[in-house]
Design a protein around this ligand. Structure first.
Ligand code: NCD
Length: 338
C-alpha cells in the first residue's frame, strides 16, 4: 500500500528513497495513457480543485491534464484577484469550503508556507504546486525523474553525478526542492553558479553539506565543467522588490550553443523548469539550442504529466486498479505514435 494515500504533498522533506521509487514506478505505468494509447476512467466522478493564486501555465495545466487523463474532473480558479482571498478571507476558511467541493486540491500561492497553512483547513489531500520562493515538490520529482531517465540513456546514474545549477538560486523554488531531494543520493557534485546576492539559501546548503555532497560556488560560468546536468533557471523577477533590481541580473546567465560548447561536455543534459525568459534582454536559453539532442526541457515538461498522474493515483489510493478501468481511445491521436 502507498504511504501517500490520503496525505498532503507539501515538501520534498517528506519523501524517502522507497517512496520515490514507488512514485517513479507508478509514473512509468502512466505513459500509455499520456500517449493516448488507451484511457482509464479510474477517477471518474472525482474532482480536483486546481487553485492557482500565482501565474502558471505548465504546472496548472499539467495538474489538470493529469487528473483528466485518470478520468477525473477539474474545477479551477486562477489568479488572486478572482478569488475571495482578495476580500480578506483566510486560507483556512477557503480550505474548509473548497476541500468539501473536491477530492484533492493542487495549489500555488505567492507566500512561503501558505500551502501548508491551507492544508491545515483542508479535509482532502493538498498538493503544493509552489509556495513563494519556498518549495515546489512536484517539480522536483519530475526533475529527478527526468534526470534519472536522461542519465540512464547515457549509461549513467544519479549517485556520483555532477550537476551545475545556474541563475537565481535564491528565489528559485525548483532548485531548492531539487537540491533537498538529491540529499537522498550519494556523492553528488554541485556547481552553484549565481551572483552572491542570488546565492542558494544557507538552509539548502546545509542539507547538501550534511548529505556529504561536494559543492563549488561560482559567480560566473567559466572554465570547463564536466557536468552531467546543466540546470538553468529564470531570474524570478516577481520576487524582487523592484523590476530595476531584477534587471541587474536578467541576461547575465545566457546559455546558447556556443556557450554550451565552450563550457560543457558534448553529453551534458540541459534542463530548465520553464518558462525560459526568451525576451532579447534575458534570453537565458537560446532557441539555437532547440536542435541540440541534449536539450531535455520539453521531455522534462512532458514527464510532469506522468509524475502528477502518479501522485494523484497514490494520494487517492487507486495506483493498483488503474487498468481495471481501461477503455479504448476513439479518436485519431498523433500522441499514440510516440
Ligand atoms: C517554475 C516555478 O513556477 O517555480 N516554473 C514551473 O513551475 N515550471 C520556475 C519559474 O517560474 O521560473
Amino acid at each position: 500500500m502507498s504511504n501517500l494515500k490520503g496525505k498532503h504533498i507539501l515538501s520534498v522533506n517528506q519523501f524517502d528513497a522507497g517512496m520515490i521509487k514507488q512514485i517513479f514506478h507508478v509514473a512509468d505505468q502512466m505513459a500509455p495513457y499520456a500517449h493516448r494509447k488507451k484511457r482509464t476512467r479510474v477517477l471518474d466522478g472525482a474532482i480536483l480543485g486546481n487553485l492557482f493564486f500565482e501565474p502558471s501555465t505548465r504546472t496548472r495545466v499539467s495538474f489538470g491534464t493529469a487528473f483528466n487523463l485518470l478520468g477525473g474532473h477539474v474545477r479551477e480558479t486562477a489568479g488572486m484577484a478572482n478569488s475571495a482571498l482578495s476580500k480578506g478571507e483566510s486560507l483556512y476558511d477557503t480550505a474548509r469550503v473548497l476541500s468539501s467541493y473536491s477530492d484533492v486540491v493542487a495549489m500555488r500561492h505567492p507566500d512561503s508556507g501558505s500551502v501548508a497553512e491551507f492544508a491545515e483547513g483542508s479535509r482532502v489531500p493538498v498538493i503544493n504546486g509552489g509556495d513563494g520562493a519556498n518549495e515546489h515538490p512536484t517539480q522536483a520529482l519530475l526533475d529527478l525523474y527526468t534526470i534519472e531517465k536522461e542519465l540512464h540513456s547515457h549509461g549513467d546514474k544519479i549517485d556520483g553525478m555532477h550537476i551545475a545549477m545556474i541563475g537565481d538560486l535564491k528565489y528559485g523554488r525548483t532548485v531548492h526542492s531539487l537540491s533537498k531531494l538529491l540529499s537522498l543520493y550519494k556523492n553528488i557534485r554541485f556547481t552553484l553558479i549565481a551572483p552572491k546576492e542570488l546565492a542558494m539559501p544557507a538552509s539548502v546548503m546545509d542539507i547538501i553539506d550534511k548529505a556529504g555532497h561536494q559543492f563549488t560556488i561560482r559567480e560566473k560560468l567559466e572554465g570547463n565543467l564536466d557536468a552531467d546536468i546543466c540546470y538553468q533557471t529564470r531570474i524570478q523577477e516577481e520576487r524582487f522588490s523592484s523590476q530595476q533590481e531584477a534587471n541587474l541580473y536578467r541576461g547575465k546567465f545566457r546559455l546558447n550553443q556556443q556557450i554550451y560548447t565552450q563550457h560543457f561536455q558534448s553529453k551534458t543534459v540541459i534542463m530548465h523548469p520553464l518558462p525560459r525568459d526568451s525576451r532579447a534582454d534575458a534570453n537565458e536559453l537560446d532557441n539555437d539550442l532547440n536542435l541540440n539532442p541534449n536539450l531535455a526541457i520539453f521531455r522534462q515538461a512532458d514527464n510532469g504529466v506522468l509524475v502528477r498522474m502518479a501522485l494523484f493515483a497514490l494520494t487517492l489510493g487507486v495506483e493498483n486498479i488503474i487498468s481495471d478501468y481501461d477503455c479504448p481511445v476513439q479518436w485519431y491521436s498523433r500522441k499514440g505514435e510516440q
